[in-house]
Design a protein around this ligand. Structure first.
Ligand code: UD1
Ligand code: MG
Length: 449
């Protein structure tokens, strides 16, 4: 069956109390809307439509970065969820398949649950995803008659008796596109909120003799984010699942509750993650690598058997080779370290390539920025960089070359050469002792006088 996905992301999210649109608040290191979008895209829809409104430009920018083929439609005034879905009508003109409607603020729905909705659609014209909520709060209520869903009542419009119903509306819905849009064109806004409710399509469908049903899932899957407190709770749930999944996949987490993952973190089997490690977006760690405490990684790749940290920072574009070492207080940015290369102490390696088995001494810096432009440093294989070397980029150091401690490298170094660029040491016999005696005498004179 061909599918089109519609993700609603136009709402203001006023209860977030934020200038940032709700759906751009991060969850698991990516914008909130990405979670529902990815679950829907696992069904391989022919079209994906994102309905934007509040903060549309920022939301659209973020969406295009994730999926350049996404169809963007605007809902200029947020007149309700039904009105929002109708905005996708023109974009899907002529589309003969089914539409699945997801809410961008409902991140945990799984592709498996959506598959069950697809299966239920073979028997019913409209399928709604529902859940049992013992404390059903302000959710819409699903009014069932056996397997048949008769109508959905929004909390605001429900009678006391209807509010006792605990089977609730997740918001997610599925129907043939033409049926969905036909039903929606009949939805009015005569209700407590004065909004065009998507939920009203169910009552209208029943009046037309169409069959509606609900598929049930766990409440945890359809948790909607409306406040910062709910977002923080969702982050906790996301992290708990990410940790459990990593452990299940053969990763050792010494202290799981202190490790922070992003949605797209990939960690290989037998990698060891020590306590207090943060994975920002787009990190891959190959098997057997060891990430030690207080390290922060984003947009980085760590090779098999490499050791990172403690206290290391891998910034975007860090490519750490197999068995390489990045030690304490070392920052790597947009740089590759070859197999077995070592940068163990107090260094900045940015816009650089370091060859295999090269050793970078403590305190080495690639001076990559002249205030306007960034420049590259290239260091060959099996080179030995003395402590406190400054590479004034652009500069190249050949294979098996060396720099003396404290060298400021301003010219290329040929393979096998040694570069020494520092002031020559001079010895002043006895001067230290004479100087100290003089200073102490001066202090004594001051105290007495
Ligand atoms: C909605 C449902 C309710 C359900 C609950 C589940 C309706 C009428 N109500 O209520 O039955 O129990 O979700 O979480 O559908 N949006 C737009 N344009 C709008 C309004 C909303 O794009 O004009 C988007 C929002 O960005 C959000 C989603 O639709 O992603 C849901 O909107 P929200 O206002 O949170 O609906 P609820 O009141 O939670
Ligand atoms: Mg909501």
């Amino acid at each position: 069956m061909s599918l089109a996905l519609i993700v609603l992301a136009a709402g203001q999210g006023s209860r977030m109390n934020s200038d940032l649109p709700k759906v751009l608040h991060p969850l698991g290191g990516v914008p909130l809307f990405v979670h529902a979008l990815a679950a829907g895209q696992a069904l391989q829809p022919e079209h994906t439509v994102l309905v934007t409104g509040h903060g549309a430009e920022a939301v659209e920018d973020a969406a295009l970065r994730i999926d350049p083929d996404i169809v963007l439609v605007r809902q200029d005034e947020q007149l309700g969820t039904g009105h929002a879905v109708l905005q996708a009508r023109a974009a899907l003109a002529g589309f003969e398949g089914d539409v699945v409607v997801l809410y961008a603020d409902t991140p945990f729905v799984t592709p498996e649950t959506l598959d069950r909705m697809v299966a239920a659609r073979t028997q019913s014209d409209v399928v709604v995803l529902g859940f049992e909520a013992p404390d059903s709060a302000r959710y819409g209520r699903l009014m069932m008659d056996g397997e048949r869903l008769e109508r959905i009542v929004e909390w605001k419009d429900a009678t006391d008796e209807e509010r006792l119903v605990t089977f609730c509306n997740s918001g997610m819905k599925m129907a043939k596109a033409s049926v969905m849009f036909d039903l929606l064109s009949e939805v009015g806004n005569q209700n407590a909120a004065g909004e065009y409710y998507l939920t009203d399509i169910v009552g209208i469908a029943n009046a037309r003799g169409l069959a509606c049903t609900a598929v049930a899932c766990d409440e945890a899957e359809v948790l909607g984010i409306n406040t910062r407190a709910e977002l923080a709770r969702a982050e906790g749930l996301f992290q708990a699942r990410a940790r459990a999944a990593a452990i299940e996949n053969g990763v050792t987490l010494i202290s799981p509750e202190t490790v922070h993952f992003a949605r797209d973190t990939v960690i290989g089997r037998d990698a060891v993650i020590d306590p207090f490690v943060v994975f920002g977006p787009a990190v891959t760690v190959e098997s057997g690598a060891h990430i030690r405490s207080f390290s922060h990684l984003e947009n980085a790749h760590v090779g098999a058997g490499a050791v990172i940290g403690p206290y290391a920072r891998l910034r975007p574009g860090a490519e750490v080779g197999d068995k390489a070492h990045v030690g304490n207080f070392v920052e790597i940015k947009n740089a590759t370290l070859g197999t077995g290369a070592k940068v163990n102490h107090l260094s900045y390696i940015g816009d650089a390539a370091v060859g295999e088995a090269t050793n970078i001494g403590a305190g080495t810096i690639t001076c990559n920025y002249d205030g306007v432009f960034k420049h590259r440093t290239t260091i060959g294989a099996r080179a030995f960089v003395g402590s406190n070397t400054m590479f004034v980029a652009p500069v190249t150091m050949g294979d098996e070359a060396m720099t003396a401690t404290g060298t400021v490298v301003t010219q290329d170094i040929a393979p096998g050469d040694m570069a020494i660029g520092r002031a020559r040491q001079e010895a002043k016999p006895g001067l230290a002792r004479r100087l100290m005696d003089r200073l102490k005498a001066a202090r004594k004179a001051r105290e007495e006088g």
